[in-house]
Design a protein. Structure first.
Length: 94
């Protein structure tokens, strides 16, 4: 059994109050969805802003793994490699 990848999640200014003011958080996960859930486990108000009740990405949010939009990849199921960077980009007022 392999260990999950450790990746950085970059938090935009509009969401930093939900994560104790952090600009970036290191978490482990196999997919983009796993990374978000890991941040949400530590900061429940974060996940409420980023994910909808049905587990989909909340409207007004775009995610980029490296320089690629996850919408062009496999969405929340996109696999994550070691030391990748996930950037959250709100496209609507939070």
């Amino acid at each position: 059994m392999s260990e999950s990848s450790v990746a950085s999640v970059r938090i935009p200014p509009a969401l930093r109050a939900c994560v104790g003011g952090h600009e970036e958080i290191l978490v482990s996960g196999d997919t983009v969805g796993d990374l978000l859930e890991a941040v949400g486990h530590e900061y429940p108000s974060f996940i409420a802003k980023v994910m909808s009740a049905d587990g989909a990405l909340a409207p007004g949010m775009q995610l980029y793994l490296g320089g690629s939009s996850i919408a062009d990849l496999m969405g929340l199921a996109t696999p994550v490699a070691l030391e990748e960077v996930l950037s959250i980009v709100p496209t609507a007022q939070l």
